[in-house]
Design a protein. Structure first.
Length: 488
């Protein structure tokens, strides 16, 4: 007697597939009923109209785009601008002195009291034809400076990790707002029928701080939220159906369920949530065959894997994610969000260098430098860099004064953001922080400005990309946002 026939119990996935029984209990009916969408009522009048449309259908941009995809590499914890990409000789000159009388405004620290000014433990040198200065801890990225624009005057509103990360991801420091990737998916739809438009990969050590709210769709339908992919094993947990359910059986159930749902949608034509959920379940079905192939980096050549550092223990985790990001963009994914930095021991697992800036940033630069450079090299070699925006950033920068001896506290007043691809002129430095790296001084760039510029590169006008919610036309940039002229 076969194992299948002798079983007395179903596993979790098979239960979800079988629980309804017959045609009315098809593979996804349970999920639709759970979400109160199978017999949905008329939606709120304030909800955005979507009249049964497929939320993933490709949409026309507002104008001709320079890019069709984004790869966002987020350094969780807050990397230090004056120890990476914004050298400050004044910190050497005034080392050990108080900061109070040397900068404008009050000096606010999150922990303890302000320490003295502290120079970087790293040396800087000029690279490329442009001569941009980079810290010694980025030997690979320093070879790509002529392809990168360095935005040295980016500033945020909060020195809290969670709020700072939310602001960089959603434009707001509070919960409940759609992420950048959600806005891009909402505005442009998907060009792939078998993969999500918006994919997220987190650090294996956990994180990011703030959790799934960082890729949430907020007040938009859940169809626009990011899809979490794992970088090892099956890309999505429980994506595969139970072994006892054949592909033909699953397809028949989905088709029958679609017919039932179509009747419900005819009864309630304004229900965008039902249409969105049906589309997401259909996408999940198609991903069963396509998602594993998309992240199968074993099919890449040894040279390509080495380019991303997959042959080295230190660089392998982040390198794997960067290589997966390239493969996903290559297959039509519009927005890939990769997080570096977990939530375990923050001083070790993230860029949050409160205790020892030298030890912390040496470690995390070693983990990410080669993969980031490899990604730029690979995208360019495959002709993808011109159509892909690569952005490297954090939730905030760090203070020019010491903390706990040789560490640095949070500083939302200034950070350096790196952008490449999509025809962005590399080798340029945009804006400047003050002499100590405490505040953005020359051409201050807000997160709203950054988001407006990112949307513009994708052919979207941030003032026209709106979503009706609670009687108001909401925007990623709220009522703010100015394009960065050197980027657009």
């Amino acid at each position: 007697m076969s194992h299948r026939c002798s079983r007395n119990f179903w596993d979790r996935r098979e239960f979800l597939f079988q629980s309804g029984g017959g045609i009315s209990g098809l593979a996804l009916a349970f999920l639709l009923q759970r979400d109160q969408l199978l017999f949905a009522q008329q939606p709120d009048a304030c909800a955005a109209p979507a009249a049964g449309a497929n939320p993933y259908a490709p949409k026309h941009p507002h104008f001709k785009p320079r890019a069709t995809a984004v790869i966002s590499l987020f350094m969780g914890g807050g990397w230090s601008q004056m120890d990476t990409f914004d050298p400050k000789p004044a910190l050497v000159k005034y080392a050990g002195q108080p900061i109070d009388d040397k900068v404008k405004g009050d000096v606010i620290v999150r922990q303890g009291s302000p320490g003295p000014l502290m120079p970087s433990p790293f040396s800087f040198s000029r690279h490329g034809q442009s001569g941009v200065e980079i810290a010694e801890i980025f030997p690979h990225l320093s070879q790509r400076v002529d392809e990168i624009a360095f935005l040295r005057s980016v500033y945020g509103r909060s020195n809290d990790h969670v709020q700072g990360t939310y602001e960089m991801q959603t434009g707001q420091i509070n919960l409940g707002f759609p992420s950048v990737g959600s806005w891009v998916t909402y505005g442009l739809g998907s060009v792939s029928s078998s993969l999500p438009a918006y994919v997220v990969m987190t650090d294996a050590r956990g994180g990011p701080l703030g959790g799934p709210n960082n890729w949430s769709a907020g007040y938009m339908p859940a169809a626009f939220q990011g899809t979490l992919f794992r970088s090892t094993g099956d890309p999505i947990v429980d994506l595969k159906p139970p072994s006892s359910v054949t592909a033909d059986e699953q397809r028949a159930r989905l088709d029958a369920l679609a017919r039932l749902n179509e009747l419900d949608m005819q009864k309630y034509p304004g229900n965008s949530e039902l249409a969105a959920r049906i589309s997401s379940y259909e996408l999940a079905y198609r991903m069963q065959g396509c998602a594993p192939e998309a992240v199968d980096i074993a099919s890449e050549s040894a040279a390509t894997q080495q380019l991303y550092g997959l042959d080295e223990k230190v660089t392998e985790p982040f390198g794997r994610q960067c290589l997966m990001a390239r493969r996903l963009v290559e297959r039509g994914v519009r927005f890939v969000q990769v997080f570096s930095g977990g939530v375990g021991n923050q001083n070790v697992d993230t860029w949050d260098a409160h205790g020892d800036i030298k030890s912390n940033h040496t470690q995390h630069a070693a983990e990410t430098d080669k993969p980031m450079a490899g990604l730029l090299i690979d995208l360019k070699a495959r002709g993808l860099l011109d159509s892909t925006v690569v952005i490297m950033h954090s939730e905030f920068g760090r203070m020019p004064i010491s903390q706990r001896g040789v560490g640095r506290d949070h500083n939302p007043g200034a950070q350096t953001v790196l952008m490449a691809g999509a025809g962005i002129r590399g080798g340029q430095v945009i804006g400047a922080s003050d002499d100590f790296g405490y505040q953005a001084m020359e051409q201050p760039i807000s997160y709203h400005d950054l988001h407006a510029t990112l949307l513009h590169l994708l052919g979207l006008d941030h003032k026209k990309l709106t979503y009706r919610f609670n009687g108001r036309d909401m925007r990623l940039t709220d009522v703010y946002g100015t394009l960065i002229p050197q980027v657009v």
